[in-house]
Write a protein that binds this ligand. Sequence first.
Ligand SMILES: Cc1cc2nc3c(=O)[nH]c(=O)nc-3n(C[C@H](O)[C@H](O)[C@H](O)COP(=O)(O)O)c2cc1C
Length: 325
Amino acid sequence: MRYTIFGESHGPAIGVTLEGLPSGVELDLDFIRSELKRRAPGQNSTSTARREADEPEILSGVFEGKTTGTPLCAIIRNTDTRSKDYSKLRDMPRPGHADYTGQVRYGGCNDYRGGGHFSGRLTAPLVFAGAVAKLVLKERGITVSAQVSNLAGIPDPSEEQARAAILAAKGEGDSVGGCVRCAVEGLPAGLGSPDFGCNVEGIFAQYLFAVPAVKGISFGAGFALASMRGSEANDPFCLEGDHIATATNHAGGVNGGITNGMPVDFEVVFRPTPSISKPQRTVSLSRMEETELIVEGRHDPCVVLRAVPVVEAAAALAACEVLGI
Ligand SMILES: Cc1cc2nc3c(=O)[nH]c(=O)nc-3n(C[C@H](O)[C@H](O)[C@H](O)COP(=O)(O)O)c2cc1C
């Protein structure tokens, strides 16, 4: 399976083309809609006020409710855009966002409105693609589930703690980050290889780094391994019925780039949202002068809560690649 995400935040629509899908997969639209709803903005004061239905329109690749196996293209229309909020960002790039790198990379031809192709909005088609991937995986008994594991430095926060931390930062014109932990269960042992392109950790990392604002990934016990002894870190082999398992999963289900049959378990870190309303230092590109920027527009004071289904989507696509689908 290969996928191409297209569109810009303030263009007519965003979307995705999925190629190489197996034919005959029942496309459960209610499930896909419920996944998109989990990511949708404007549901409460902890996310951007932008409100959109995120209703997918399928243009190709589905017939009589099942995938045809030829390219599946779906679009989601942009219906709530306010482009004037962004006009000054063409000259004064936001620190932490991709306004500057996008402009350099695309020779100034990038659509900067609302972050253009770099907007968090482009994670809606990623969630669509991930939902299709989840349906493919479900047929093979594989599930993907994620949750917030850290928010603004609070480990495993309750809903109330998360809300309070986000609203406190928002009240100060600031933003917060956090971590999402994800497990892919049901992948058999023996998939992947130690090589560069086919290493299971490498494949997952590649998909997860395509999620905007992800700045790190670790597997199993991750960076805590640095302070463990071998005797603690090693996952002892044991028998569960007639198959081999491990008593712990500090390796995150991967040894030598190959799945060991335990859940592929990883954590990603999300940076605090770049667009904050506090004054920040930047450079006016037309005047080549340092200046102060106050970012306007509607932004998520924290992307972590909305990113949970996005992480699952990226993991589902990675799992399909690991399976050779
Ligand atoms: C679900 C989601 C929503 C996001 N919403 C915003 C937002 O409202 N404002 C913003 O500045 N960045 C937002 N981002 C993050 C930016 O898109 C991202 O930081 C930017 O593209 C730069 O990429 P990088 O952080 O990966 O380097 C969001 C990310 C995600 C995953």
